[in-house]
Design a protein around this ligand. Sequence first.
Ligand code: FAD
Ligand code: 2HG
Ligand code: ZN
Length: 472
Amino acid sequence: MRSEFLEELILILGHPNVLVDDDDKAPYLNDWRKRYSGKALAITLPKTVQEIAQIVQLCAKNQIAIVPQGGHTGFCGGATPDNTGAQIILNLKRMNAIREIDKANQTITLEAGCILQAVQDKAADQDFLFPLSLGAEGSCMIGGNLATNAGGTNVLRYGNTRDLCLGLEVVTAKGEIWNGLKGLRKDNTGYDLRDLFIGSEGTLGIITAAVMKLYPLPISQWTTLVAIDSIESTIALLNLFQKRATSLLTGFEMMTQESLTLNEKHFPHMANPLQGNPPYTILIELSDHESEEHVRQLLETVLEEAFEAGLISDAVIANNLSQANSFWHMREHITLAQAEEGANLKHDITIPLSSLDNFIKETDAQMRSQYPGVRIINFGHLGDGNLHYNIAPPLGVDPKAFNLIHEKPIHELIYAQVERCHGSISAEHGVGQLKLEDLRAHKGEVAHELMKTLKRALDPQNILNPHKVVSI
Ligand code: FAD
Ligand code: 2HG
Ligand code: ZN
């Protein structure tokens, strides 16, 4: 049966686009964090939506499960197959055409395998901004961004991937093609199918193309790092910028001292330009269509006000693009520093801003008393209430041995605090296989059952990314 199935796959895609040799399959079988690895019957590399529809029909006929895959930069093991060797991977990298840029409508219609950075560049060539931006943008793909509803560093101003999407093309679990590629900003024709597929992590359908929003390219941008003593002051500073700079505020990122110490250990050239290792370093970015002088003046005025109110103790404004980039690199390298340091425990959480101070005080205190010496690598998109509250073992302790014993109780400690503060256990990275059980525990029974009902209705044979997000 397997060889017949593989022969039919080859008939659809051609020999070079069905990988079956171990060496050829290997680069597709592990996740970025090196946490998950699996086996696959074949890696399929389709080029058109019709080919994808045919593959899904063939898999439905043979009850073979499909793991959709983009750049496999996801953090939750969603794009990694299980260990049975019975699943196929459907990687979308060859489906990478930009179908249209509609200047009047300010939209781009593109295929799921487009690399995010290539989309940003293409938009900029036409004087537009495609605002989705994240550390993996050189390798993640728009289909993966949509499937995870990725966030990143511009959510504060432009929203997450869902907010940027107007229309989708999807292959359903039956192998039908749903063409929902309308670039409309209003469309109340019943249930919102687009929003159902966004964030479904390949469990309800395969996203093959999308219509995304574009924005006018800002002409001036100023980036600053500020030193601050407490989260309470950080929230007050955020509120001050929201009031004074309104929609010019495009970035508000937080890094703790411990995060930057780890960064500097692995990337010494990325030392914090602020003196004295402040408890919190905040990266703030303003962008606009007004002149550079106008925006710089606004930034200086708000910073002065913050100094006078005693909210901040130091600030450094980037004087050119290269310095601004170095501030952003410092922020984005924390993930890479953690990867260098070894296995770590990630907690991608959101907390209402009004509870953030209390959350951090309480959780830090419990963590330090129950796990003396642990390093709390806390950083993230503070403007969105999104923390990456990551835990590294005490210095000198083997991360794998530490995680084996402490992973579960540490997750439970943090998620109990998230629950108490009415937050979420997944702000932007999704669920995948990593948080399958956590989701069951924290989503709420009614919501979790509704999710299973939807999965059963849209994928009754359970062939689309089974045992990811929800198990049925
Ligand atoms: P993959 O990892 O290949 O897949 C992710 C999930 O989507 C899987 O479940 C997969 O089955 C499914 N999928 C992929 N393509 C499709 C498709 N076409 N149709 C249906 N399902 C599909 N994430 C953030 O949100 N914010 C960040 O700031 C951020 N920063 C990161 C920084 C680094 C250094 C790294 C390595 C990752 C970061 N991520 C971040 C996580 C990751 O980049 C995002 O989740 C990204 O959206 C995944 O895209 P991908 O193409 O790699 O998807
Ligand atoms: C970021 O904000 C990413 O840099 C990665 O979401 C977060 O490493 C992490 O936990
Ligand atoms: Zn993030």
